[in-house]
Design a protein around this ligand. Structure first.
Ligand SMILES: Nc1ncnc2c1ncn2[C@@H]1O[C@H](COP(=O)(O)OP(=O)(O)OP(=O)(O)O)[C@@H](O)[C@H]1O
Length: 230
């Protein structure tokens, strides 16, 4: 579904991603782990066409999108649940969902989002800014699903959530996985990533320093690449 080869990404003069290659197979969930500032969000933004300069290949379902505009990338079936959720605080929950036009007959509808998140249905007339972090995350995931993604990118969905809410969001993501959705997940919450992902990539200073099936990930790898002192 997604195949990235030798991706280099730049913000102006700053070269952030270095020959990054990764792939996510159909129905697979891959996680990108790494300490702060290592390039995880830049990877997600590059796939979405939101980094000013990108070189290499980013194939989505066989089409190279490395120079495509975000709008076309989204239309080709890539959905984004952004870091920080980006809910419109002054719109109601329902209005937040209505900002995303559902574009196919058979795809996700607003009612399907309410079925997946009964809590969001209950709060549909509340202002986005009045929702808890967990509710905002559900709304953000729901909004992305309305674009009918073939590939869903999730940037730190657990960020700032209580442990109970992390469990709830994790359960929803696992449900989506069971339903066959292909996902690329950026996470700092290792337990959550291990619970959800089939395959793990670790980024360090814009380079992949480890990749392997989740079963191959162990304490030594964690200590080497993810602990603060490494
Ligand atoms: N808009 C930008 N302009 C210039 N440099 C940027 C920009 N966004 C990120 N960077 C730099 O790119 C590098 C990678 O940042 P990125 O946000 O991708 O890391 P990250 O792994 O997602 O970190 P975090 O976990 O803190 O979100 C950092 O050195 C950061 O300072």
């Amino acid at each position: 579904m997604l195949q990235i080869k030798n991706l280099n990404a730049y913000y102006g003069e700053s070269h952030v991603l270095h020959n990054l290659s990764l792939k996510v197979g159909q129905g697979q969930v891959c996680a990108i782990l790494g300490r702060n500032g290592m390039g995880k969000t830049t990877t997600i933004y590059s796939i979405m066409g939101m980094v000013p300069k990108r070189e290499g290949t980013i194939e989505v379902a066989g089409r190279n999108m490395v120079t495509a505009k975000s709008y076309h990338i989204s239309k080709s079936g890539v959905g984004l649940v952004p870091q920080g959720r980006r809910i419109f605080p002054n719109l109601t929950v329902k209005e937040n969902l209505l900002t995303t036009k559902t574009n196919t007959e058979n795809g996700w509808k607003h009612d399907d989002v309410f079925k997946l998140f009964p809590r969001i249905e209950e709060r549909q007339h509340s202002m986005g800014g009045n929702l808890s972090g967990g509710e905002q995350q559900m709304l953000s995931i729901g909004r992305a699903l309305l674009t009918n993604p073939k590939l869903l990118l999730l940037d730190e969905p657990s960020e700032g959530l209580s442990p109970l809410m992390v469990q709830e969001v994790s359960k929803i993501i696992r449900q989506l996985k069971q339903a066959g959705l292909t996902m690329l997940l950026v996470e700092q919450n290792l337990a959550m990533a291990k619970e959800i992902a089939d395959y793990i990539y670790i980024l360090n200073k814009g380079r992949i320093v480890f990749e392997g099936a989740v079963e191959e990930f162990n304490g030594d790898i964690q200590k080497k690449h993810l602990s603060l002192s490494s």
